[in-house]
Design a protein around this ligand. Structure first.
Ligand SMILES: Nc1ncnc2c1ncn2[C@@H]1O[C@H](COP(=O)(O)OP(=O)(O)O)[C@@H](O)[C@H]1O
Ligand SMILES: CC(=O)N[C@@H](CCC(=O)OP(=O)(O)O)C(=O)O
Length: 289
């Protein structure tokens, strides 16, 4: 590890001070996606960013995905994953695996990592304390997504209580069903945005495995750094946004329209990208305004 001399370290901290003051006591929701979780070194950097922010008084809430882990487990039991409009088609058996992987494996692994890094994490499933309530998803085309839910009600109280006690809430995105005797699978970006709105968060950060929203998905040099929410419908119409990027962009738009000050899609492959975004003028990724 390269160590800075003490004077440089002190300067770095002082330069971060105005940004720390801006976010002190404010809520920041970080959605940590499955594809950005694969590399252990990067995972470590993300976890340290979260612990540091929490220790300087930012109310950090982690909402996690786990799509690749779910797909891997489905493969082990001989089931292929199928995605419709960026969402996993979820039959009964798949729903059980989703709950096991998200609430059991990924959630608790993240809590352990936070603890190892000196933070205090508490894992919460979306069904805990009635945090996310959902009904079966439908759309105008009558698409069948199986047990994928549309969140109709968010109770942020469990997260508020956990934050008030100084813990870092780690939330997995399974919801209680209100129209059926089932839990529902919720896309983690969508759930993160709904929670950010309900918490009155200042910022929503979606970490993923690309630089941000790209004008040409095959060319990383075509990053859109700032995007007005009013520009999004045209990008969807032109087919610029597809697959997993659809729920991401949709939920950033919803978050901004419903009071979250800033929403960012950014690269989880860049070490310390959360700190770079929050504690400097060098924004990263795509910022929705
Ligand atoms: N315009 C676009 N810009 C960037 N990525 C895009 C775009 N359209 C589709 N994508 C795809 O969306 C993916 C990110 O979504 P997803 O895999 O669901 O991420 P995560 O697992 O982090 O939630 C990218 O890896 C890319 O393949
Ligand atoms: C309905 C739906 O698609 N749910 C997602 C939930 C996990 C998720 O969103 O994980 P990432 O953020 O890692 O993609 C899924 O089953 O994969």
């Amino acid at each position: 590890m390269n160590h800075l001399d003490p004077a440089t370290s002190a300067n770095v901290l002082v330069e971060a001070l105005p940004y720390i003051q801006e976010y002190y006591g404010q809520t920041v929701v970080v959605k940590y996606g499955g594809n950005a979780m694969i590399n252990e070194e990067l995972k470590d950097a993300v976890i340290h960013d979260i612990v540091l922010l929490s220790l300087v008084g930012v109310r950090v809430v982690v909402v996690h995905g786990g799509g690749p882990e779910i797909s891997e487990m489905l493969k082990k039991i001989g089931k292929e994953s199928r995605f419709v409009n960026g969402l996993r088609y979820t039959d009964r058996e798949t729903m059980d695996i989703v709950q096991m992987i998200l609430c059991g494996k990924v959630n608790k692994d993240l809590v352990t990592l936070l603890e190892h890094a000196g933070g205090q994490g508490i894992g919460l499933g979306g069904m805990d304390g009635g945090m996310f309530r959902a009904k079966r998803m439908t759309d105008e085309e009558g698409t069948d997504y199986g047990y994928v839910g549309d969140i109709v009600e968010v109770n942020p109280q469990p997260v508020i209580d956990v934050l008030a006690r100084g813990y870092i809430p780690v939330v997995s995105t399974v919801a209680q069903g209100i129209d059926d005797d089932t839990n529902y699978n919720i896309n983690a970006d969508t759930a993160a945005a709904k929670l950010a709105i309900a918490l009155g968060a200042k910022k929503l950060i979606l970490l993923t495995d690309v630089r941000g929203l790209l004008r040409d998905p095959k060319d990383e040099s075509t990053l859109l750094t700032r995007l007005k929410v009013s520009e999004v419908p045209a990008l969807i119409r032109d087919g610029v946004i597809s697959g997993g990027m659809i729920p991401k962009v949709d939920c950033c738009v919803e978050a901004i329209r419903k009071g979250v000050e800033r929403a960012n899609i950014q690269d989880g492959r860049v070490k310390h990208s959360i700190l770079i975004e929050l504690l400097s003028d060098d924004g990263v990724g795509t910022m929705f305004i």
